[in-house]
Design a protein around this ligand. Sequence first.
Ligand code: ALA
Length: 559
Amino acid sequence: MSTSDYAPPQERERWGSRLGLILAMAGNAVGLGNFLRFPNQAVQNGQGSFMLAYFICLFLVGIPLMWMEWGIGRRGGSYGYSTCPGMFQSLTRAKWVKYLGALGVVMPLLIVVYYVYIESWTLGYAASAVTGELAEATGNTSAFFNTYLGADGNGFLGNDTWIGSNKALTFFLITMVVNLWVLSRGLSKGIEIVAKVGMPVLLLCAIALVARVLTLDNYEGRSALDGLAIYWNPEWRALFDESRAIELYGKGSAAIWLAAAGQIFFTLSVGSGAINTYSSYLTREDDIALTGLATVSTNEFCEVVLGGTLAIPAAFLFFGLDGVMEASSGNMGLAFKTMPRIFENMPLGFGGEAGGASGVAVYGLLWFGLLFVAGITSSLALSQPTMAFLEGAMGMTRRKAALVVGTIILICVGPVIVLPGVLDEIDYWAGTFGLVLFSTIEVILFMWVFRPSRAWGEIHHGADIRIPVVFKWIMTYVTPTLLLWMLYRWGTTQALPILTFQNDPNGNAYDEATRSAAYLARAEMLALFVFFAVLVGVASKRGYFKRAETLDSPEGSAT
Ligand code: ALA
């Protein structure tokens, strides 16, 4: 194995402690996806049958990808690379591969653009809970939501016109400043501290709310536990029988599978490059097999046990099945419009009167506070690949990198705030389709190009457990086959109308306004990719990838 003398420009950062790493990784995965996205997706896309598909995808795609990304990340880190361009380059001698790695910088950044905006709503709502404004608005939570966002209220983000909102902008700016400040403090003094404080707070708030929901007295003959039956009544047939699925859930079986897989990618943060970057700060001897599994387990506990036992059972108790279906049909209705009404009904003590304004204040603070913490630990993780790239490949200081990240987000978020459809468009390409595409590239590179035995050895280097060998087979054959099948299904059933701007990603025809927004959103995404690909080229000219390019030979080994 030959290596050049090229040394990365800076002393690389490291995690301060194993606990800090575990909490930061858990914070990376546990996010708005667990508490906002999961209940909506499960209820709207096959309910109990969604859960079956979800767990199958977790074992065949999610957990394998998690291990692979930890492996790719730690290996890249051991050669001085914190982001995917360098990590990918160290897996193969094909020199163009580093440009594919640019996706692992751009996609998380694009997700951050809209993610931080939604995260800022949770901060704004937490403040409104404390000031009592939210309690006054429970009679019309939709109007409150529209006023908060500055939307005219014809529809939410689908076809609303933006009429301006100081509140949404103020909380967005506060959220941005907090994110950038933490990022500029670095790994152990910034991100790790937020995770160490934030994750226990998040867990406590969530457990307190779940305990409260599960101990609520029956309401109009319904119990919260009955609400759990919405998720936990699976039917196998619906997963393979299109007409049965449509009859039961109004969604075909392919749609159920794709929604379940999409949720697994999003919630575990796999397929974006964010896990790889966090993993690159490990030392070569650190375990990744057990710690990767611990990340998945923590995320699933927060998603299925806590996220699943909160909003839907509570909404079922007070508003029945129809109420649940209606609340979960819009993107954000359940969290921002229905939950405040639920909090008004929930007694503060056990038994007793509805909490009223105090209920909205106390439970609202717990709920929106936990969402904010879940959000910020994920947005920091999604921003870190860009930070690391600008520092490592472009030689910027942390402060300067944070300023550049902030500037890019501010430029890109404008259309997200004011134009209907831009958020959905970016969420689709970077937060849904892109994750599948990028995961496919990673699996092919790691398992097929780098080769299964080396990948398996890489994951087990320094491992505290031995992963059952069946997973080697799953990672080599099953995971890539499923990913390629998803891309194939997409290519044959959805690609054409979406790529030619006929349908939006949800299958609805574009109107003039949303089509223009889609043009702009796609142009923005493309421009950002080209920008970072050019930076990869510049870094390459400066010799940044020399070490990676000369590293690997088919027989070579990182160990
Ligand atoms: N994994 C993060 C979430 O679930 C992005 O929100």
